[in-house]
Design a protein around this ligand. Sequence first.
Ligand code: PEP
Length: 265
Amino acid sequence: MEQIRMAKQIVRPCVIAGNWKMNKTITEATRFIDEFLPLIEKSTTQIYLAVPFTSIQPVVEKVKGSSVIVGAQNMNDASEGAFTGEIAAIMIKEVGAQFVILGHSERRHIFGETNEFINRKVKRAYADGLQPIVCIGETREQHEAGQTQQVLTQQLKESLAGVNAAQMQKTIIAYEPVWAIGTGITPTPEQAQEVHAFCRQVVLDNWTDKTSLSVVLLYGGSVKPDNTKLFMEQTDIDGVLVGGASLSPISFAQIVNYQNATVKG
Ligand code: PEP
């Protein structure tokens, strides 16, 4: 049976998502899957894997019949057209992508993506049948200035503006403090819980009551095999989004199988 969390009669799935970023050729990607699948055979968790565009189709072929679903890390907001170097939702959908990560902090900070642009992409993802994982998170400066709640509220409201309640229930939101991504530094699980509860409340205030309890919230930022369980134990954290540690089949499988882990400290 699929792993779930219950909150006031609302059932939320546990999601473990990997984001490979700009890593792995097709050869490396398919070798990863060959090594990874036997390690997660007994898992009942929903596993999302965001791979480079070139590897979507070969990885989709390889994971057939497993609990892994494959997605992309970005897409354009237009359905087609003169946008050199961009990729459309229908193109990644056709090769088997089921979801797309939108608004990752690297897209926001390296490529200058705004909430407004991300919002257009979210709407395009829905129009073309992809589930969005929408990333939000404050920078270190904003964190230290006590602006976390203000930044997250604005990112949620603007990135998800116009999303209806039914779409919201299918949206995954990933809270990824920018200062925790790739740094080895994390908030404490209790601090992360507090922020996730806050995000759930923002959803509750701006969408419907039912939606807020059922929307899936992930924590991301230096998630490793030895801290996954601590985050997953928090009431409002339904899963994790993993960058660096998803590149090794062994460490990603340890994260997927976190319930078997012995947590240190
Ligand atoms: C990410 O890029 O989404 C991420 C969480 O990276 P890392 O796990 O490497 O911090």
